[in-house]
Design a binder for this molecule. Structure first.
Ligand SMILES: [Zn+2]
Ligand SMILES: [Zn+2]
Length: 111
């Protein structure tokens, strides 16, 4: 879409490739029914915060952080910021779609 130069494109492409590889390999291994890392906790991910009948509170705290998951979030956040700062006439709907898709990398990965 001509919103980034060749160098940035290369940079983002390799970053996204790393993210994809992580989600397909290590992330799967990290996920557990109960984990003190919020990003790895299945119970926490599947518990509904709005409807109590679909909620299941964890019996532990989520006070551990996974460095790789944080890097993945940083990567998608920087792409999201780039898209938000971009304004191309007639492309706003497409950009909003991309911003929405990049706002939660884990939701995208589960689908
Ligand atoms: Zn949990
Ligand atoms: Zn992780």
């Amino acid at each position: 879409m001509n919103i980034i130069d060749r160098e940035k494109h290369k940079e983002f492409s390799s970053l996204l490739l790393q993210c994809k590889q992580y989600l397909r390999t290590d992330f799967k291994v990290h996920i557990a029914a109960n984990s003190e890392v919020g990003d790895h906790c299945l119970m926490y991910a599947l518990s509904d915060s709005i409807h109590p009948q679909f909620a299941h509170p964890c019996q532990h705290q989520h006070n551990l952080v996974c460095v790789t998951c944080e890097q993945l979030k940083d990567a998608t956040l920087s792409i999201q910021k780039l898209l938000e700062c971009t304004n191309i006439v007639g492309e706003n709907e497409k950009l909003n779609d991309m911003i929405l898709k990049s706002s939660n990398p884990f939701k995208v990965s589960i689908i």
